[in-house]
Design a protein around this ligand. Structure first.
Ligand SMILES: *Cc1c(COP(=O)(O)O)cnc(C)c1O
Length: 400
């Protein structure tokens, strides 16, 4: 490939140089291949068994025998692919069963599934709002929400993180007759804190705004039975557009929206990310469906997860770490500088803990961190061991 000498060439080179420098310094931790699952929370990486503390599989369901069997049966019955897009020949009974199960769990009339959570936010937000509408987003919302807003060409207004007074001010700046949509994470993906749903729902009611909540890190995590943020606050029915993913607590792939049957009918006929892309493959749809059933049948997993999260958060705080405002399974260890976050990661890896750093621009400058997660699959003793590793590393590097 001959050099073109233009801005595309320059961008590619600049990124490659950054990656090469990080690798040369032994501070590149991304795209690490796992070669084997070792049961519980353990994985094999580069021939070493590591304790996984960076997984989104919050309920420990990856590899669950019932889910594995459902995926295998679906391949036998339907094959590995579909006949195309959902709207045309791609819909299977299985897709409808999955959507009915999601609607039931979320307490709505209907639900629709898409091929990923990212696509779901992109296509649903851009299907709902357009040029003359307003969309309000929390400053810490997930990238897929921001991208959906950009694609929609609606006026995007960002409010301060979890700051309902600021949202109220921003509402007042929009013409009262204009359509308003608020989109927020339920559990914020970098900080692990929970949106103030009671106040948010009240404001949306007052200002006639639609409310869409992304439950990527909330389904299976929040609420006594893992049904998510409405259950957590005891406020069933206040969210108009309940979005989530099938790739985190549910060990598959795909995204969904649950809501009124009119909303879902509209999305089925107006979302470009539904109409113009292939249906979920049968084993993935079957795995997601079975996982929802397992979540109902094994409620102990939700309790174990919530207990493990409390153990990790309390243990870190007791050792002097700043864990921001997390209340959930996403537990940040604030390291402040990128350098310290990278060094903490290297120390942890040397002690066979699989954790990852998050640095700017993914999080604000000066808030670099180890972003750890716990799952229902961790034993209390494994969490204690991890705490000891973090304490040793934190003291050595000067984070605590
Ligand atoms: C992971 C995530 C998504 C994207 O979901 P995928 O199914 O992985 O594409 C969307 N929103 C939030 C908040 C997420 O954390």
């Amino acid at each position: 490939m001959a050099d073109k000498g233009d801005s595309i060439e320059w961008r590619i080179r600049a990124m490659c140089e950054r990656v090469a420098q990080a690798k040369a310094a032994g501070l590149y931790f991304f795209n690490m291949p796992i070669s084997e699952l070792r049961g519980g929370s353990r994985v094999l990486v580069n021939g070493r068994q590591m304790a996984m503390f960076a997984s989104y599989s919050y309920l420990g369901l990856i590899g669950h025998p019932r889910i594995q069997a459902a995926a295998r049966d679906a391949i036998e019955r339907y094959g590995t692919g579909t006949h195309g897009v959902r709207t045309l020949a791609g819909t299977l009974n299985l897709h409808r069963e999955l959507e009915e199960a999601i609607a039931q769990m979320k307490g709505t009339q209907d639900a629709i599934t898409f091929s990923s959570g990212y696509i779901t936010n992109l296509t649903v937000i851009s299907a709902l709002v357009g040029r003359h509408d307003f969309v309000f987003v929390d400053k810490y919302d997930h990238a897929s929400i921001v991208d959906g807003c950009l694609l929609s060409s609606a006026k995007m207004v960002r409010f301060k993180h979890n700051d309902m007074a600021d949202l109220e001010t921003k509402f007042r700046s929009a013409p009262s007759a204009s359509a308003k949509l608020v989109v927020t994470d339920a559990v914020f993906s970098m900080d692990g804190d929970v949106i103030d749903l009671p106040r948010l729902a009240e404001l949306c009611r007052q200002h006639k705004a639609w409310l869409m909540v992304d439950e990527a890190h909330s389904l299976g995590v929040l609420g006594k039975t893992g049904h998510g943020i409405e259950e957590h606050f005891g406020m069933e029915g206040v969210v108009d557009i309940k979005m989530g993913t099938l790739s985190k607590a549910v060990p598959s792939v795909g995204g969904y929206v649950a809501g009124s049957s009119n909303l879902i009918t509209y999305l089925r006929h107006h979302s470009r990310g539904y109409i113009f892309t292939a249906a979920l493959p049968p084993p993935q749809a079957a795995a997601a469906l079975e996982a929802l059933r397992v979540i109902q049948d094994e409620p102990w997993r939700i309790q174990a997860l919530q207990q493990n999260a409390q153990q990790l958060i309390r243990g870190l705080k007791d050792r002097g770490f700043d864990t921001l405002n997390t209340e959930t399974a996403i537990v940040p260890l604030l390291c402040v500088s990128d350098e310290n976050a990278f060094r903490m990661t290297r120390e942890a890896h040397e002690e066979d803990l699989f954790v990852l750093p998050v640095v700017s621009p993914a999080v604000p400058e000066g808030t670099a961190r180890l972003r750890t997660t716990v799952t229902a699959a961790h034993e209390a003793s494994e969490i204690e061991q991890a705490l000891d590793v973090f304490e040793r590393a934190g003291k050595k590097i000067g984070v605590i």
